[in-house]
Write a protein that binds this ligand. Structure first.
Ligand code: COD
Ligand code: ATP
Length: 198
């Protein structure tokens, strides 16, 4: 039987790192952040919608969305975040379900599709055989965000606070992946979960 696994976790919990590992193992993966970025680029379904709502200050001369700039606005102002959500969420959801149907069609019998969706639990995405939730402490998230994205501690906290706390998300997860150790340790644990799938 084909399976679809949802992969989720807070910001900088290690989703992309696990996705890279799954791809290296030959698994099919839909990465929601990448899909959103495609939809936001010139010609994408969201590009013009965002320009109309937020103005051309958020675009460069080639019509590309200045994501960092829009991120600074929406993660420091809840009303703007909600406005962006009302604008984008329906289009994103529709695109993700379309791609999911397409990828499932391509899967071999007993194949597994992963969907990395950061807001999977917050936004009630469904239709998964399992949901894998990555665990990381807020302190570690702040540390990683500051290191990786060169944001201030306050900016890191704003992003974390825009998401549902781990304890609440845990209720909806079938498996929890601890990412507080080394990347290798996380990968070894993921290997164990993969082995349980068959
Ligand atoms: C605000 C935007 C332009 C910032 O772009 P940027 O390149 O700086 O960040 P990126 O898209 O890579 O997201 C990084 C992480 O931020 C978190 N995040 C993104 N959007 C949100 C949000 N609305 N609420 C809470 N956390 C969010 C996620 O953990 C995500 O993995 C962009 O994140 C966006 O359009 N977000 C809303 C779309 C969305 O819901 N994305 C999540 C996919 S389900
Ligand atoms: N055990 C671990 N497992 C996964 N990532 C780790 C681990 N230890 C450190 N990291 C680091 O944490 C940082 C964040 O990882 P990654 O970019 O994969 O997170 P993410 O959840 O995809 O982030 P975002 O929500 O911003 O898209 C990276 O710099 C990664 O190298």
């Amino acid at each position: 039987m084909k399976k679809v696994i949802g992969l989720t976790g807070g910001i900088a919990s290690g989703k992309s790192t696990i996705v890279d590992f799954l791809i290296s193992k030959g698994y099919a993966v839909i990465d929601a952040d990448k899909v959103v970025h495609e939809l936001q680029q010139p010609g994408g379904k969201l590009n013009e919608m965002i320009r109309r709502e937020f103005g051309s200050d958020y675009f460069d001369g080639q019509g590309r969305l200045l994501r960092k700039k829009l991120g600074q606005l929406v993660f420091s102002d809840e009303a703007s975040r909600q406005k962006l959500g009302s604008l984008q969420n329906g289009v994103i959801r529709e695109e993700l379900y379309l791609r999911k149907a397409h990828e499932i069609d391509q899967l071999p019998e007993n194949g597994v599709l992963f969907m990395d969706i950061p807001l999977l639990i917050e936004q009630d995405y469904d239709g998964f055989d399992e949901v894998w939730l990555i665990a990381v402490s807020p302190d570690e998230q702040i540390h990683r965000i500051v290191e990786r994205d060169h944001l201030t501690v306050q900016e890191a906290k704003d992003r974390i606070n825009a998401q549902m706390p781990f304890e609440q998300k845990k209720k909806k997860a079938t498996h929890v992946i601890d990412s507080s150790g080394t990347i290798q340790e996380t990968q070894e644990f993921v290997e164990k979960l993969l082995a349980l799938l068959y």
